[in-house]
Design a protein around this ligand. Structure first.
Ligand SMILES: [Zn+2]
Length: 154
């Protein structure tokens, strides 16, 4: 594991408009191990991430989390690997406690994150990525690898 021990204060990042950036090696992310394929070439499984301190439309402290990269998955129909491009931005409102989070959840469409402790950026990114990945990843219709090698399309 090459997790950096660095943590950050989410409310402070939001207040100061700070930015954290990095690159996640998907193959080395232990919490993603059950969900991603390990049979893919080195360097083909990284996600660039960015956590930006912000405010939501109501002016509440929030984090804008951006992910962009490639995640290797195993197709549940033909069991061969394919690379899922990931590109998304999520606005996450910050809560000071679980009770605070319940209140925010009730009147916001955004995700809510309880940030009552120093946050691990890599853990946060792994969580976001897990939410993004399909439960039953599959090739597009017709793109599956047929046993015997025929019908392989890319
Ligand atoms: Zn397939």
């Amino acid at each position: 594991m090459k997790h950096r021990p660095l943590t950050f204060d989410a409310f402070r990042l939001a207040r100061e408009g700070g930015v954290l950036e990095g690159t996640l090696d998907v193959a080395a992310a232990s919490r993603l191990a059950d969900r991603v394929s390990d049979r893919i070439a080195d360097g083909a499984a990284t996600v660039d991430w960015r956590i930006e301190g912000a405010n939501d439309v109501a002016g509440r402290p929030a984090l804008l989390v951006s992910l962009r990269g490639i995640v290797p998955l195993t197709c549940q129909r033909c069991l061969s690997e394919f690379a899922l491009p990931v590109e998304q931005q999520t606005m996450t409102v910050l809560a000071r406690s679980e009770a605070d989070a319940d209140t925010l959840d009730a009147d916001s469409d955004d995700e809510v994150l309880v940030a009552d402790h120093p946050m691990d950026p890599v853990g946060l990114i792994e969580d976001e990525l897990l939410l993004t990945l399909p439960y039953a990843p599959m090739h597009d219709v017709g793109a599956c690898v047929v046993a015997g090698g025929e019908g392989t399309r890319s």
